[in-house]
Design a protein around this ligand. Sequence first.
Ligand code: NDP
Ligand code: BG6
Length: 591
Amino acid sequence: MSSFSSSLSRPSCRSSPTSSLYFSNHSSLINGDPRRSLSFLSASPQEEICLRSQRKSVQSSVVLQDGAVVVVTNSEPAEKLKDGLLSVQSQEADKLVAELGGGQQESTVSITVVGASGDLAKKKIFPALFALYYEGCLPQHFTIYGYARSKMTDGELRDMVSKTLTCRIDKRANCGEKMEEFLKRCFYHTGQYDSQEHFVALDKKLKEHEGGRLSNRLFYLSIPPNIFVDAVKCASSSASSLSGWTRVIVEKPFGRDSKTSAALTNSLKHYLEEDQIFRIDHYLGKELVENLSVLRFSNLIFEPLWSRQYIQNVQFIFSEDFGTEGRGGYFDHYGIIRDIMQNHLLQILALFAMETPVSLDAEDIRNEKVKVLRSMRPIQLEDVVMGQYKSTTKGGVTYPGYTDDKTVPKDSLTPTFAAAALFIDNARWDGVPFLMKAGKALHTRSAEIRVQFKHVPGNLYNRNSGTNLDRTTNELVIRVQPDEGIYLKINNKVPGLGMRLDQSHLNLLYSTRYSKEIPDAYERLLLDAIEGERRLFIRSDELDAAWALFTPLLEEIEEKKMIPEFYPYGSRGPVGAHYLAAKHNVQWGDL
Ligand code: NDP
Ligand code: BG6
């Protein structure tokens, strides 16, 4: 099993992929000549910039002209040096790298998308892999295999995949060419998920592409959960790497309660070590969620306020303006609490509320997340409101109700909306309501975190603010999507001779502040899995703690056959959510 450490300084892939290259930051190229640029490098260790993560095993230093030092690890192909040479023209870099790389064993990564014919593979996984390729984040030697039962040729897979690839990144550059190159690296293998024989055949093909290099293999299980274990069994026994690492990305749902989740974990651990399992929660790969710790732990103005002393309540809000179209069969078995709250929103809550970790290492962060999850009070049924959308007609258009979906039973009680009040029984958060709200077929699509602060004690300006003090509380809003941004509501004097206050926003809108488009969550997570960075993946004890919190509630809801409140498609959800908030002296910030 490979070792790992945190690599939190990944500026961008072209300048810092996964192997280890160090050089000083005041180098510059002269007429594109890499040697001349390298001759500017300094040997001073203080000036070395780590451009790649530091999970190397053995390093060798190469001293170039004028004392420049390049450190190369033996665990990475030397060719990847060229990724680090920011502006070296590729041919020159290749030459340089070839000279430096003599005698080192090259490695390769084979990525197998199991369930390649499916929706997620088309919509998210292949486009994310292409984006990584385009950004120069994939290793020099890589192969992508689609695996599924559907009969397809390599060409057909490429046709299918090409329809969903976009030139999102840097539209100016040679995207079409890159797409062609990328597609040439994609292949397809038809097989059953429970057939050792078919995985042996896949292994054979992978070996051909790996060409004797040190092989690393990543399997992405993009299949329904009932076949996870079969596929893992076959992949691990018949298609594991014999020379490098083998990792498996598992998509949610990880069971539907504590029992089934534990059974899944046990079965997976039959064939894999915990550190080979990458349980994906794609919300952890979203830019603003990733930024949460930065915001909190690197700004003096936030961390001291991050407690019951100053925070009145915290809200985690998820809404979609479309129903379960196409996924009703899956959804009806899970419902919104399992689909969104128990994982996406709870994961964000854990990151938000955890104590300061010892370091930014994956294990330190995950230890703190588990602690906070285990400090949560059991959720009471009376602190939960559920809803289900019904058909509505607006402007001559009829929108279907949840049970109009042919794959959903007509008498389904599955909630498509839920709101809940949760509490953390620890010293930091005692008494602070953490409200969650998640729904499908609502009036808008958004995901946000809202932190409502307490009223200013003895506020001199209360008289100027009117009677509703809630309207003057400070609120920090972290908008995860769309229009990613962070804003803080503050009270401000309206300019003029009088003394009138209004509430204004200190606004950090990503699209105006940063010119680069935000990568899709799957890009970050796939890259992390390739690099062996586990920080954004769910460890089994985190999963146990999350299920331990929600399972008793879910069982009670199902035993009592709780009837969800109907709300019209495209509305703001059931009115019960307002009563729930009011019960805890809270107003939803998104209304
Ligand atoms: P699909 O239902 O599209 O299934 C993926 C592939 O699995 C299919 O193309 C099919 O391939 C095979 N398959 C489907 N049903 C069965 C079955 N009963 N037995 C054997 N094989 C089957 O799933 P998605 O692509 O939508 O999702 C994949 C995984 O990701 C699931 O676990 C899902 O819960 C999860 N997920 C999906 C999201 C999405 O947006 N789609 C979002 C988040 C998670 P073939 O017939 O060719 O073998
Ligand atoms: C998935 C849920 O995990 O997340 C879906 O199963 C939901 O029901 C999706 O639509 C939302 O993801 P995103 O990234 O589009 O907000």
